[in-house]
Design a protein around this ligand. Structure first.
Ligand code: AMP
Ligand code: ZN
Length: 112
C-alpha cells in the first residue's frame, strides 16, 4: 500500500520516533506548526476515526496513556496541549492513515 505512515511503521522510510506502544508509534511531525508537534499513529492502517470502534476498547485506553506519556516527556503536560484529528478534505487531511496531532509549546490560537 502506498501509505507514507505504513512505510514509516514498517521502517521503510526514516522518522524521529519519540515513543512507541503495542498499537501506536509517536513521531515528530516533519513540518511542525508548534514547538512540540508529535503525530500519534496507529500501527494498523485505519482511515477513519470510527474504524477504531471495531477494535477492543483497550486501544483507546492505550492511546490516551501514550498521549500523557508523550506530553510529559515533551514537557507540555503542565503548560497544556491540543490533540487533533483531521478527517477528510474540509479538515485538510493530507495523509489517509488516521493520526492524532499533539501540539504544544506555545499558546495555541482558537480552533477553526
Ligand atoms: P494531516 O493533514 O492531518 O493528514 O497531517 C499529516 C501530517 O503528516 C502533516 O502535519 C505533515 O507535516 C506530516 N508528515 C507528512 N509526511 C511526514 C513524514 N515523512 N514524517 C513526519 N511527518 C510527516
Ligand atoms: Zn497506512
Amino acid at each position: 500500500m502506498n501509505c507514507i505512515f505504513c512505510k514509516i511503521i514498517n521502517g521503510d522510510i526514516p522518522s524521529k520516533i519519540v515513543a512507541e506502544s503495542s498499537n501506536y508509534i509517536a513521531i515528530k511531525d516533519i513540518n511542525p506548526v508548534s514547538p512540540v508537534h508529535i503525530l500519534i499513529i496507529p500501527k494498523e492502517h485505519i482511515e477513519k476515526p470510527g474504524e477504531l470502534a471495531k477494535f477492543d476498547g483497550k486501544i483507546l485506553q492505550e492511546l490516551f496513556e501514550l498521549v500523557e506519556e508523550v506530553a510529559r516527556s515533551e514537557n507540555i503536560f503542565d503548560s497544556g496541549y491540543r490533540l487533533i484529528v483531521n478527517s477528510g478534505k474540509d479538515a485538510g487531511q493530507e495523509v489517509a492513515h488516521l493520526h492524532w496531532h499533539l501540539l504544544g509549546g506555545r499558546k495555541l490560537g482558537k480552533l477553526g
